[in-house]
Structures are given as C-alpha cells and as structure tokens.
Design a binder for this molecule. Structure first.
Ligand SMILES: C[S@@+](CC[C@H](N)C(=O)[O-])C[C@H]1O[C@@H](n2cnc3c(N)ncnc32)[C@H](O)[C@@H]1O
Length: 249
C-alpha cells in the first residue's frame, strides 16, 4: 500500500496544472465550478487543495478570502510558488485535514477528490468540521470517484482506473485501491481510492448535521468530449466516473 503524503510529495511537479490537463479537469472540475455559482466575495475553505488548481480558478471567478489546506508539503510549496507569480491572495497551509481547526466561518467549502483518501470515520469527522466551519446558509461542494467506477471499469488502462481485483462493493469499504488518471498529454498520475458506498456518504453527511436533501450529480464522459479527442476520452464514454455532492447548512 502506498503512503498518500509520499505519493503527492513525489509527484507535485506533475500535478501542477495551469490549464485543464487531467481527465477530471474535463469530466469533474468544470461541474464543481458551475455548482459553486457566483463566488464573488465569498470566503472559501478548500480542503485537499493540492497545488491550487481549483483555488486559482475560483479566485479568477471573484472569490474573497481563500484558505487551501493539503497534507502534502510539496503540493503546498508548488501552490505557494505559483501564488508568488499570480498574487491572487490565496493562503495555503500544509496539514492533515482531520487535524484542521477552523478559526472563522466560511461561505463555501470545497473538497475536490479529497475524501477518496480518507476512511469513513475520518470523512465523517471532516464533514462535522465543515458543518461547524460553514456560516449559516454556507455551501459544501465535493467530488469523489463514483463508488461503482472501480467495479465497472476493470481494465487497468488509460485514461482512468482503480484496481479493484478481488474487491467487493459492500465488503471492501475502507480498503485502499490504487489507480491512475491520465493527463491529455499521455502522462499518468498515481491516485488512490479508499472505497466507500453511497450509503457511507449519505449516513456520514447526516450524522455531521447536513440534513437537507443534497444535490447529487453523477459525472461521466459525454459524446461532446469524445468528439473533441476520441483516443483520450473514448474508452470511458458513459462510464460512471465521479459524483458531485452539494449541500447547504
Ligand atoms: C487528487 S488530489 C486533488 C487536489 C485538488 N483538490 C485538485 O482538485 O486539483 C488530492 C489531494 O488531497 C490531498 N490529501 C489527501 N489526504 C489528505 C489529508 N488527510 N489531509 C489533507 N489533504 C489530503 C493530497 O495531498 C492531494 O493533494
């Protein structure tokens, strides 16, 4: 089993993206940004911010105070170096999200492919932290791998897979699956998925205090993407790739 902090420390340079490059920059992140709506002046907490890809985009869209936190000090260093050039006014902090204690309220919290690195108990703890950190009416938007994806896409091949050989949708909860997601230039990025079922997401949200109906979007490769670049997107047309959740406090 690979250590998450080391995986990201070792690959921070490959992750730094200034334009959409990895598969999920086309299939997931645009929908996260759309779900965020008008972010003008909003205080944003970005947990598992990586090298700041989403932070920079939300700042370009007018976000206000912005704090990004990430486990990997190398990803945070890459984010800070880019911030020195951009001067968007983004604060970045290295640290484990389960140890993060918010000192203010936020209008929006995003977590873009963070929870696939946490066990169910850790995710539930972070959901509770987010619930406390949000101002009344604040929104929480996160994306995760679709829980069924590792079990439906069994080939270990580009542009995205998780190795779920000998795993089971119900009994493999909290087991870590190793995978890769490709960039459009043909470069693979190592990713991991601590498996959870849909029930785990809904139960954990509810016990953290999120008790109104969430917006849930199942994301896939669309025919329009295949038209843009058939060799890259074609193998995953109509596969259930990611899920986006949007909640309000
Ligand atoms: C797939 S990357 C996504 C980064 C960024 N959100 C984006 O969309 O580009 C997942 C990130 O989660 C971070 N991460 C994993 N476990 C974490 C934890 N326990 N606390 C904070 N960050 C964590 C990793 O270091 C990595 O940067």
């Amino acid at each position: 089993m690979f250590d998450t902090e080391k995986v990201y420390d070792d690959n921070a340079k490959k992750w730094l993206r200034l334009v959409p490059s990895s598969l999920s920059d086309f299939t997931a992140r645009p929908f996260v940004f759309e779900a965020c709506g008008d972010v003008t002046g909003k205080a944003v907490l970005d947990i598992g911010c990586g090298e700041g890809y989403c932070a920079r985009e939300l700042k370009r869209r007018g976000a206000g105070d912005y704090l990004g936190i990430d486990l990997s000090s190398q990803m945070i260093d890459a984010a800070k170096i880019q911030e020195q050039q951009d001067q968007y006014g983004i604060d970045y902090q290295a640290g484990h999200v389960t140890e993060f204690v918010p000192t203010r309220h936020y209008d929006l919290c995003i977590a873009v492919f963070l929870f696939n690195y946490l066990r169910v108990e850790e995710m539930q703890q972070v959901f509770a932290m987010v619930y406390d950190a949000l101002a009344p009416g604040g929104e929480f938007i996160f994306s995760v791998p679709h829980p069924l994806f590792p079990f439906m896409q069994k080939q270990k091949a580009a542009p995205f897979y998780f190795d779920a050989i000998d795993k089971n949708y119900f009994t493999s909860v909290n087991e870590q699956l190793e995978g890769e997601i490709w960039k459009q230039n043909g470069e693979p990025l190592h990713v991991q998925c601590v498996h959870k079922t849909f029930t785990d997401y809904f139960d954990s949200l509810s016990s953290a205090g999120f008790n109104t109906m969430p917006v849930v979007k199942e994301l896939t490769v669309t025919p329009a993407l295949v038209e843009q670049d058939e060799p890259f997107f074609g193998p995953l047309l109509h596969q259930p790739l990611h899920v986006l959740f949007k909640l309000s406090k």
